[in-house]
Design a protein around this ligand. Sequence first.
Ligand SMILES: *Cc1c(COP(=O)(O)O)cnc(C)c1O
Length: 375
Amino acid sequence: MIPVMLPMLGEEEAQAAAEAVRSGWVAQGPRVAEFERVFAGLVGAEHGVAVSSCTTALHLALIALGIGPGDEVIVPSLSFIATANAARYVGATPVFADVELSTGNLTVSTVDAVRTSRTRAIIAVHQGGVPFDVQALRAAASEWDVALVEDAACAAGSTAYGRPVGEGALVAAWSFHPRKVITTGEGGMLTVDKSDWAVRLRRLREHGMNVSAADRHASAKPILEAYLETGYNFRMTDIQAAIGLVQLGRMDALVSQRRELAARYHEMLSGIQGLTPVRDPSYGTTNFQSFWVLLDPEFGPGRDEVLSELAAAGVSARRGIMAAHLEPAYSDSAHLELPNTERITRDSLILPLHHALTDADQEHIVGVLSKLTGA
Ligand SMILES: *Cc1c(COP(=O)(O)O)cnc(C)c1O
């Protein structure tokens, strides 16, 4: 089978993990601090706060913003379900907004359409690596006096207005799950510019302690910790950070290679009617974390049939991005009409794109699609 995604893990990652083990420092320590510093630098933020996943990052961002019961958080239904769940974790109500068809992203008008006096925050997703219009949405959020949390789970290495996604964000949440462009196994990060935010987020990820366990152990003098508020154990380990540091060294090359493979797909798919592949938006570049294609009726067979035919031909494609409001966990929102969200989740599929994908693989995949549409 040609996998849809494949993490790029080499001997360097294996050695880095082994070194962390040999050092005896396996929980959050110096490697996590270094990983935070390097990652924040790459995405143009002042501070990075490493956590156990993007899901826990989103949860902490909403706590730090003081969001709670009675508050509404606008999210796209079109996203991995963790985006909406984050609002529920703090007792707030996720309110689903539709997305635009071309990028799969929230826009000022789709958010404005569901905004109420209770709206306290927006979690906008850089969908599958495609940046949302950061200038437009950040300006609108500040005009509305609503906090904008950026779910950048998939967007490491994407750019908007010539700057890395994450730069200038109030707070951005990142994922290092193997399904994303760079991985630490499981893992996440928050990036912020304000140092008081970084201090609070570090405290929240570590039981509310005023001094980190790593600093306490590293100190020559005994330090007594205090617990300032109810925190969590959302830490990343030094073994994960050791792997992550190697991955960060690969990030530029991985993103360039993904963009070359995507360009090749664009060329090869251009002759197929009724199939629209994801592209860079006018204001930025995607890392093509997900290479999705949207099918029109004129393509012929429907999405699920295409997925079955690809699977039968040894190609592991996936349905497009899910829609939370269509899942049982959000049955209270099942009545909503989100036409672009529903269209994308119903009619799109994600084609394989990873560092080991060969020219022959791409020809095979496009060959299956051409045959299906009768081209
Ligand atoms: C993957 C993903 C998440 C969750 O990331 P984890 O690190 O697995 O918790 C959240 N939001 C989006 C948009 C994602 O794609």
